[in-house]
Design a protein around this ligand. Structure first.
Ligand SMILES: CC(C)(COP(=O)(O)OP(=O)(O)OC[C@H]1O[C@@H](n2cnc3c(N)ncnc32)[C@H](O)[C@@H]1OP(=O)(O)O)[C@@H](O)C(=O)NCCC(=O)NCCS
Length: 131
């Protein structure tokens, strides 16, 4: 189901526990990445990367890597995060290559994490230690 514009605006709003970074050409948004921190003190050394997307016309130019760098710097400098987490569809080879080249390592596989229509997709859980 499609989200309404107001719902999207709320979802990408930066707060004390979430930051969203955009890549722009002129005023057009061509890439986006979010990062959120865990509020509970037992887990707030971690931050989670989400919503990584680059407009297909702009892929393969390092835009996602730049967005990941911005999200990483924010998590480390503003929140003192020492570990980044993310999940990726196990069949999403470009994304897995991007994350691996950025230093993420897979530590688990969730079988049937997503169901789209009649098809299940496994999800890889990845982490990157910053210190
Ligand atoms: C996955 C995704 C975000 C990658 O975005 P991207 O901007 O193309 O990624 P980058 O350009 O930073 O890196 C991709 C490749 O370009 C290469 N690259 C980086 N800078 C480059 C440059 N200046 N010139 C040429 N290539 C470059 C990278 O080394 C990388 O190569 P590799 O795939 O052989 O390792 C993009 O394909 C996408 O939006 N996919 C759909 C959404 C999605 O799957 N998101 C992930 C959900 S978990």
């Amino acid at each position: 189901m499609a989200r309404r514009t107001e719902e999207v605006a709320e979802r990408i709003r930066s707060t004390s526990t979430q930051a969203v970074f955009g890549a722009f050409e002129s005023e057009a948004l061509i890439g986006i990445t979010g990062v959120r921190r865990e509020p509970l003190c037992q887990v707030n050394h971690k931050a989670t990367i989400w919503g990584v997307f680059v407009n297909p016309s702009y892929r393969g130019r390092g835009i996602a890597q730049t967005l990941l760098s911005a999200a990483t710097a924010h998590a480390a400098e503003e929140w003192d995060a020492i570990q980044l987490m993310l999940c990726v569809n196990a069949e999403n080879l470009p994304a897995k290559r991007l994350y691996a080249s950025y230093g993420f390592q897979t530590f688990g596989l969730e079988p049937r994490a997503m169901k789209v229509g009649d098809r299940f997709y496994d999800e890889e859980h990845m982490c990157k230690q910053l210190v």
